[in-house]
Design a protein around this ligand. Structure first.
Ligand code: ARG
Length: 459
């Protein structure tokens, strides 16, 4: 049988395959709360502008609340024949209140309706991401504060480079996740305009008040161009872009946790609450949460690429291609929120092994740069010569199987006669990190300033 909403023009109903490819109700039912909020605002506006009567608007608004509670209670019968959440809700409203239900869709199209619903949904997810990032940043701040002056190796190429502090390493992630948070905040400002009332694409001849619905839905203003309003999915693209960058950061720290929690590193111990065991190897404690978060970038970035690919080349205004926006964003949002929560739990529960960090910090000739800098400062050597002298000393220590501070002064003087006792002051890792007081450097005094700055900024 022909569709109840547009049967007028149709003699036959759709083929089963047509229905299968066309229906979105299987997933867009998640938009029900937003759909009903949007429709209630629209009905109120239609009454305020005299387009429908107050009585009809009241019946519509009340009926929509009933529909919402039916959906929330799991009593609602979703129908694929009705395609999507918009028509499922409207059809049920008709059953509940009769004739006034047919007036709800005045001066509106599913095109501006879905654009509105989806924006509201994405906006909620942006808020959830901001909240999740805030909690994660605070967990990193706590870690940084606890070990502001604990030394650990800093790496380049995953080879020991120079000693850094645990606090400094944690604060690097505070910077990254704070940028992620500000990206979401920035995206939110741009997406907070209302498409509702753009109708199918050209606007409407009814004397609507788009400012009223925009305000009722918490938007800053109505979108200024009706064609743009129904065909734009920038809010979703931006959400996915922000999510992708955030997922990159989550993945990088996950990788560090996987490495650091290994028996070979033992830099950190993950809590039992965020680890798993092995069904065969009794000694195992695996960093599964970190591995899964490390992997989530695949589907989150995949969603971003998928939606960019859908949107590219679409002519204005609405095309059904755009129905493919939702599953990608739903999946990416679900996995981002889960990752943020899991990472926050892992970081909060994490134990940094101070001794293992310190032991690793002083291996691998990590203070060689400090030695070269000392030669420049105290003996007046050009840095390139100091680099060469230090390289010879490292080779000597390596040959003897010891660290730089273990070389005797006499041994060092065979490489450069002017070296004196003072050199030993700069060869410890503590001295090394304490000396790096340049703005943004790893010295505990600088790290504590950054912690204080972020605490003040976050309130
Ligand atoms: N389910 C549709 C979507 O998600 C709603 C909009 C349908 N509009 C249309 N002109 N067929 O995109």
């Amino acid at each position: 049988t022909a569709n109840a909403m547009w049967g007028g023009r149709f003699a036959a109903g759709p083929d089963a395959i047509m229905e299968a490819i066309n229906a979105s109700i299987g997933y867009d039912k998640r938009l029900a709360p937003q759909d009903i909020t949007g429709s209630r605002a629209h009905a109120a506006m239609l009454a305020a502008t005299g387009i429908i009567t107050d009585n009809d608007a009241e019946a519509i608004r009340e009926g929509l609340l009933t529909v919402l509670s039916e959906i929330e209670n799991g009593e609602f019968q979703f129908s694929a024949a009705l395609e999507d959440i918009h028509m499922n809700v409207e059809a049920r409203l008709k059953e509940l209140i009769g004739e006034p239900a047919g007036r709800l869709h005045t001066a509106r199209s599913r095109n501006d309706q879905v654009a509105t619903d989806f924006r509201l949904w994405v906006r909620d997810q942006v808020d959830a991401a901001i909240e999740g990032l805030d909690a994660l940043i605070r967990a990193f701040l706590d870690q940084a504060e606890a070990g502001a002056d604990w030394v650990m190796p800093g790496f380049t190429h995953l080879q020991t480079a120079q000693p850094v502090t645990w606090g400094h390493h944690m604060m690097a992630y505070v910077e990254m996740f704070a940028r992620d948070k500000s990206r979401f905040e920035d995206a939110r400002r741009r997406m907070n305009e209302s498409p509702l009332g753009a109708a199918a694409l050209a606007g409407t001849g009814f004397p609507t008040d788009r400012h009223m619905t925009a305000e009722a839905l918490g938007f800053d203003r109505p979108m200024a161009n009706s064609l743009d309003a129904v065909s734009d999915r920038d809010h979703a693209l931006e959400f996915l872009s922000c999510a992708t960058i955030c997922a990159v950061h989550l993945s990088r720290f996950s990788e560090e946790l996987v490495i650091w929690s290994s028996a070979q590193f033992r830099f950190v111990t993950l809590s039992d609450r965020f680890s798993t065991g092995s069904s065969i190897m009794p000694q195992k404690k695996n960093p599964d949460a970190a591995e899964l978060i490390r992997a989530k970038i695949g589907r989150i970035m995949g969603a971003m690429v998928a939606l960019f690919t859908v949107m590219k080349g679409l002519p204005l205004a609405y095309s059904k291609d755009m129905q493919e926006d939702k599953e990608q964003v739903f999946d990416a949002a679900d996995n981002l929120m889960l990752s943020l929560a899991a990472m926050t739990g892992m970081v909060s529960d994490l134990t940094a092994n101070r001794e293992a960090l310190a032991a690793a910090a002083s291996s691998g000739f990590s203070t060689a740069t400090d030695l070269a800098d000392w030669l420049v400062r105290e003996l007046g050597l050009p840095f390139r010569d100091a680099h060469h002298v230090t390289g010879s000393l490292v080779a000597m220590a390596e040959g003897k199987g010891c660290d730089l501070p273990d070389l005797s002064l006499a041994e060092m003087q065979t490489v450069h006669a002017d070296i004196n006792e003072g050199v030993f002051d700069v060869l410890t890792v503590e001295a090394s990190v304490a000396s790096r007081q340049s703005y943004g450097g790893t010295a505990p005094v600088r790290v504590r300033e950054q912690i204080a700055r972020w605490r003040a900024a976050l309130g």
